[in-house]
Structure formats: structure tokens, C-alpha cells
Design a protein around this ligand. Structure first.
Ligand code: SAH
Length: 442
């Protein structure tokens, strides 16, 4: 799985995260209903017809594309209520129960009439919350969850409590967008495990809710930097983004979508004019080296990527963050830093560079650079007026590094696993940190 390295100061915080009311800037704009339709909802509507007497005069919206409540907007939930012959305020109640009260089962919707609950259930509707299969807590307070999806696939999500430079406390959720990843970046654990499937929007949203639950606190930031390539699942990522912003009430500016670059998708994302950060996983200052590190780079020349990133900045006025994983002896020379500075100068303002010292994983010979090499690389960029930070890596103890937890349980995400047959790893003593800034991650 992709590593998440976070720029932060290491503090023992776990729960002292400030309340959402301080940080939210979201507005509640009306959202039009989806135009997609499915037989599942048609069934729901049919089942409800017998009791649907009050709604017949209203125009029915197109039904959503599943029978999962989580991920639906207030307007969609109101329409659902109407489709079931209820008054629209029942939809508002559903919204409250899902996103404020976080009720996980329809039968626990005690404010809602029993008959309505029963009809929803009989029509196949579910809340859409999965169980947490296992979790690992790191010494620094980071918690990694392994969530077991409806089809027994396992997906990782990580909660990272962070104190920033100004002393304010945040809780970041690093969410997965796919089960596995098809892109096989040479240094990333997720790609090595193969690809299974895209996540649905609600399966992304529920990761954030699970993190909030385990920390008993509000998530303030969301980074799409877990398993998978968000741009290969853009529709569902955007659906999750909408829900997290409008329903869960996390500000758009508090979200980051990270991509290694998939042709034509950055433009598409830019056209939505989100107020969220685009993180571009660059890892090399030229096409030749990039292709060695990131095989998918062959399909998307560096020049085209840089142009799309510049356009993203112009469309959204949001600075693009370039992620650069430092691999010893591969891309960490000061000459690479000079070349990177030139590349960025060529493409203009609006950039930030995040240097991520490599977090060693099984199955690669890459090494993490020494501190001195990291400092020299950083200094060279700074001397050329490039805004740069080195991510102080946060996360789990070495025995549960990025991607490994999941793979312990599910060696290949391509095969439907029989979870019941798999025993959790026995608890072991955490290994000592390899160096002061421990490589770790989500
Ligand atoms: N597919 C997306 C999002 C997941 S990766 C992307 O590539 O951006 C999130 C970040 O973690 C990326 O910048 C990725 O390159 C980095 N990463 C993955 N494995 C890593 C490792 N072993 N060490 C350091 N960074 C890693």
C-alpha cells in the first residue's frame, strides 16, 4: 500500500482533536439527484408502492445506484422517503441518523416508524457500515484499521493524529480508493499485492467514519493516499468527496487527492473546481528516470503532467503538491534536486515539494537515503527558491508498516478470501525505530 508520510511534529496526542465546528467551512448547497437507475431501487419502490399513498403526486427522482444509504445526500434521502410513501422530513431524519448519530443498522433507527424501517430492510436497503477486521496502534498514536468489506475484501485506512507547527491538533484520515492497485510503482507495497476492485463512494466514506469512531473524535483532514490510485476511480472518489464535504462536513480545503498521474484525469478533476489539494507523485525530475521508478509514466509524459498540474492550479487556485519519494542512489542526488528546481521554475508558481524518505518494504532493493543526503537535497531546492518540506514520517511500528498488515490477511486481493480461515497475526513486541524519523506510514 502506498505509504503516507506526514509532515508533523510527533506528539503523543490521540484524542485531543479539536471539534469539527472550529474547522469546517462547508456549505450546504442543494445537490441534484443522480440520474442513474438500478433494479435494486426499483424493487424498493415497488415494495413500497402498497403503502405509498402520500407521494404519488410528486415527481419521482431517479433512484440512486445502490441500496446503500451511506453516501446519499439529504435530498436523495428525502426523495427516498417520498418514494416509500413517507413525508420528506423522514429523509432528513435518515440523514441525521446516518451522519450525525452514526447509527449503523436500519433497525436501530428508533426515530423512524417501524413500518418504514421494515420496508427499507425488506427492499434490501442497508446503512453500509462494515466491520473493522483488525487494528494496529502505533506508539505515536497512529492507528491503522483493516476494514472488511461486504464481499470480504480487506482495505486499509489510517488515522493520524497530528500537531502542526502552530500547535493546533488535527486528525487525518488516510483513505484507500481501491482494493489493491494496478499501477505497480516500483517502491510501493500496494501494487505488489495486485489489484482487486474499485471502492464504492460509501466504502471510502465509511473509512473516515471508522477512524472517527476509533479515535472518538472528528477527522479534520482527509488524504486520498491509502491503497489504490484515486484517478482510476474518479467517479467514486468524487462521490465520496461530496459526501465527506456536505454530509460529514469536512472542509474541501482539508482534503487532498493524490495521484501518480493518469492521462486526462487531472483535467477532469480540475473541471470540478474543488477547493482541495492535488498531490502529484512525481519521484523524478525527468521522464527517463521517472519511467524506471513509475512504470505507468510511459503513458503520460512529464511535460503533459506538468501542463495539467499548471492548469489545475489555474482552474482552482490551489497549489499543487509534488510528492517526491527519495530513494537512495536512485533519485536523491543534488543534481536531481537541481533538475527538479529547473523543471518547477519552467512551469511557474503554485507548487510545493514534499520530500518523502523511502519507507523500506519487502520485495525491493531500494533504500532510504541517509539524513545527510536528504538535507542536501532539501537545501539545494531551497537555495533555488523552491518551497519544500521533508515529511516527518508518521505511523505504525515497523512490524505493521504500510501494506503489510493487509497482506498478512489477504495475500492476493484478486481472490475472494475465506477470512474465517485466516488467523490474526500473533501479537509481537514492536521493533525499535530504525532511526529517529521512523519510516512508517499508512
Ligand atoms: N496512487 C496514489 C496514492 C497512493 S500513494 C499516488 O501514487 O499518489 C501515496 C504516496 O505514498 C505517493 O506519493 C507514493 O508515491 C508514496 N509511497 C508509496 N510507497 C512508498 C514508500 N515505500 N516509501 C515512501 N513513499 C511511498
Amino acid at each position: 500500500m502506498a505509504l503516507l508520510h506526514f509532515m508533523c511534529s510527533v506528539t503523543p496526542l490521540a484524542r485531543a482533536v479539536r471539534s469539527r465546528s472550529v474547522i469546517v467551512s462547508s456549505s450546504r448547497t442543494a445537490v441534484t439527484l443522480s440520474s442513474s437507475s438500478t433494479t435494486a431501487t426499483a424493487t424498493a419502490t415497488t415494495t413500497a408502492t402498497a403503502t405509498a399513498t402520500t407521494a404519488t403526486t410528486k415527481t419521482k427522482a431517479s433512484p440512486p445506484d445502490s441500496t446503500v444509504l451511506l453516501g446519499m445526500s439529504e435530498e436523495q434521502l428525502q426523495q427516498l422517503a417520498i418514494d416509500f410513501g413517507q413525508q420528506s422530513y423522514r429523509g432528513k431524519q435518515l440523514h441525521h441518523l446516518l451522519y450525525k448519530r452514526r447509527v449503523k443498522e436500519i433497525h436501530e433507527f428508533s426515530q423512524v416508524p417501524l413500518a418504514f424501517r421494515t420496508e427499507l430492510q425488506e427492499a434490501g436497503w442497508v446503512v453500509g457500515r462494515s466491520s473493522v477486521h483488525s487494528s494496529v496502534v502505533a506508539a505515536d498514536g497512529t492507528i491503522k484499521l483493516l476494514i472488511k468489506l461486504e464481499d470480504n475484501r480487506l482495505v486499509e485506512t489510517v488515522g493520524i493524529p497530528v500537531t502542526d507547527d502552530k500547535g493546533s491538533v488535527r486528525l487525518t484520515a488516510c483513505v484507500s480508493s481501491q482494493v489493491g492497485c494496478p499501477l505497480r510503482c516500483s517502491f510501493c507495497a500496494t501494487g505488489k499485492g495486485g489489484f482487486s476492485r474499485n471502492l464504492k463512494g460509501h466504502e471510502i466514506v465509511e473509512q473516515v467514519l471508522a477512524i472517527e469512531e476509533v479515535f472518538n473524535n472528528r477527522v479534520t483532514n482527509v488524504v486520498f493516499m491509502g491503497m489504490g490510485e484515486p484517478m482510476l476511480n474518479l467517479k467514486e472518489v468524487l462521490a465520496a468527496h461530496r459526501c465527506l464535504n456536505k454530509d460529514v462536513q469536512i472542509g474541501q480545503r482539508m482534503m487532498t487527492i493524490s495521484t501518480v498521474g493518469v492521462p486526462n484525469t487531472i483535467k477532469k478533476l480540475a473541471s470540478h473546481k474543488l477547493q482541495s489539494t492535488l498531490a502529484l507523485s512525481l519521484h523524478a525530475p525527468n521522464q527517463k528516470l521517472r519511467e524506471k521508478i513509475v512504470p505507468s509514466a510511459k503513458a503520460y509524459p512529464l511535460e503533459a503532467i506538468m501542463k495539467d498540474c499548471r492548469d489545475y492550479f489555474h482552474e482552482t487556485s490551489r497549489r499543487v503538491s509534488f510528492e517526491y519519494t527519495l530513494l537512495a542512489g536512485v533519485n536523491d542526488d543534488v543534481e536531481h534536486a537541481k533538475e527538479l528546481a529547473e523543471l518547477l521554475h519552467q512551469w511557474g508558481p503554485g507548487y510545493h515539494v514534499n520530500l518523502i524518505p523511502f519507507n523500506p518494504i519487502e520485495g525491493t532493493e531500494y533504500k532510504r537515503p541517509y539524513r545527510k543526503a536528504i538535507n542536501m537535497f532539501q537545501s539545494m531546492l531551497e537555495s533555488r527558491k523552491i518551497t519544500v518540506s521533508v515529511r516527518q514520517t508518521r505511523g505504525l511500528d515497523a512490524s505493521a508498516a504500510c501494506g503489510q498488515l493487509r497482506n498478512e490477511f489477504q495475500k492476493s486481493p484478486l481472490v475472494t478470501p475465506t477470512i474465517d480461515d485466516v488467523q490474526p497475526e500473533p501479537e509481537s513486541e514492536p521493533e525499535p525505530e530504525p532511526e529517529k524519523e521512523a519510516a512508517v506510514a499508512c
